[in-house]
Each structure stands twice: as C-alpha cells, then as structure tokens.
Design a protein around this ligand. Sequence first.
Ligand code: KG4
Ligand code: ZN
Length: 340
Amino acid sequence: MLILGMESSCDETSAAVVEMADGVRAIRSNIIASQIETHRLYGGVVPEIASRAHIEAVTRITEEALSAAGVRLSDIGAVAVTSHPGLIGALLVGVNFAKSLAYANRIPLVSVNHIHAHVAAAYLTHPDLKPPFLALVVSGGHTSFYRVTDDTTYEEIGGTRDDAAGEAFDKIGRVIGLPYPSGAAMDSLAREGNPKAVALPSPALAGEEIALSFSGVKTAALNYLNGAAQKGISVNRADLAASYTARIVDAIGKKTELALRQTGLTTLVLAGGVAANTHLRAALETLCRRRRVRLAMSEPSLCGDNGAMVAAAGYFEYRAGHFAGTSLNASALDHPEAAV
Ligand code: KG4
Ligand code: ZN
C-alpha cells in the first residue's frame, strides 16, 4: 500500500510517499524543506518562526511529494502524521493539515510518535528487520533505549537524565564557532583531532542503570574553553571535538552493551539525527561484531527528520488497526496518553 507520511515536529517540513507491504519498502518520494538557514541566525530553533515556516511550506511539499512519486491522492491508502513529541506549534501544522487532507479525501489517518518514526527509518534500510530488538534513538531531543517487542510496542528502558546527545554536540559546536546545528561539523572536525588530548568526564552514569547524563561533559568542555581563554591559550578545536566526541561515543557504547546484556536482545537498531555520526556508527559496529549482535542502522540520509520514516511507522500503526480521527491532537510530550 502507499502511505503519505508527514513530518513537522521541529525544523523540517517533510512529506513522503512510501510503498509498504510484507518485505516491500520503497520510498517513492521524500521531500524535505529544511528551515535550518532561518534558525541559524539565532543559534537554535525559534518555535514561532518554525510554525510559520511549516504553514508556508506544507501544501507545496505535499504536492511535490505526490507529483515526484507520480501518484494522486486517490492512490494513497493512509495518511500518517507525526503528532508527538516535538514543538507544539510546529506539530499542530502537520496534524491539522493531515487531518483535513484525510477527512476531505476519505483516506484513513494514523498518528505517529516521532521517536517510533526514527526507529522505523531502519525498516526502510533493512526490509527484513523484525522485532524483538533493542532500539537506540539518539537525536537533538532524545537519547533513549527502547525494548521493541512488536512493530508498535516500545518500552523505554533507559536513556539520558538531562540533555540529549545532539543537544550536547550542538552546544559545544556553537561555542567553538561551528554553524548550528553543529553535529555534522563536529563529526568531521573530530576526525582531525586527538581523542585523548582533553580530559573530560564520562556521560555514562556509574552502576548497572542504563543511564546517561551529558550536562557534566558539556560543562567540563565549557570550563576548558573558558580556562584557556582566561590564560590567553589558544585551543586546538579538533582535539577538543575529538575528545568530546570520544567521551560521548564511549558512554553510549557502554550503556548500549549494558542494555544488550540486560535484555538479552540480539538485534540493535540505531536511529535519530545523531545516528549519522560516523564515530558512533563505527563504535557500535565494533561492539555488535564482538557481541555477535545484528546492527540495523538507518541509512545516514534517513537519520534526520523526514516524512518517509513517518510513513514507515504509520504502516505498522495502520496494520495494527490504530486509526486516528478528526479529534487527533498534537502534543509536545513523549507520552501524551499518560498526562492527565
Ligand atoms: O533527529 P533529528 O533530525 O531531530 C530531532 O528529532 O531532534 O536530530 C537532529 C540532531 C541535531 O542535534 C544535529 O546536530 C544532530 O542530530 N546530528 C549529528 C550529526 N548529524 C546530525 N550529530 C552528530 N553527528 C552527526 N553526523
Ligand atoms: Zn527527530
């Protein structure tokens, strides 16, 4: 079946047409309008500006997705839309657009959790992937581990206590003069430096909990930069990027190994914007080879926010009979159903 996937949770407006069936995953189109250039001026996403930019882009992006796929709305079997978590104003644009489109054209509507959509990107890259598996979602807003027992059932078993890894990369990248969002630039810069040059604390919390905290390593890197500035010493940015990346990657690897050991799962899915990080990919490849665990990473081009991953997740919600209606609302929360 053909699914129209719609994404507007943060700073990318995206619509995609994906064909999904047993063993079939074909991306017919995946149009992404990024607002990064607009937000770069402010060094981060400005929610009001994001909502407005989604409104301006959503109709055009959807038309482009349909025409690039060579299909009409009447060919679409379901409309899938990200309804949570994310920026509330941004989400509302996609949700209201998808609701109207589905209602007016009598197409079934399904609501998709943005985190599940990141994981579903791995289904597009690996058509034979099936639960149970351990999913690690590393993005600008999340660093979380999930036990995925079936295509729509996710149990969070650990993750960060504070910032997300993407946020940690963006923050230090910005301070050393890289453009927002600095994850990809930090990734390249880290390749040129010595990962042992700067002593920084590990974000992996001690003990048998699958818990991370990025605030300590972030503060230590800031103190290192401020200390050097006060002493008039110039900092080797590549060494700092390499050391910072190494601490973050090592910590994620350590807790991934713990999660694999505790759950006994033998497949690991790596997803989210930070899953594009070459150092993290290499470290998890080594770990999984050593533990004889299957590693299913999303293709780098599908790691960031996009409509195709929403369509993929929507397919499984559709198959499970989880339909949404005109009462569907957006929510900033990870678990809106748990909120009173
Ligand atoms: O998943 P995503 O597109 O949006 C959220 O749902 O948050 O993730 C965006 C995050 C940003 O923090 C960005 O800097 C980071 O992913 N990122 C990377 C890389 N590419 C994007 N972080 C590290 N290395 C990369 N290569
Ligand atoms: Zn995302």
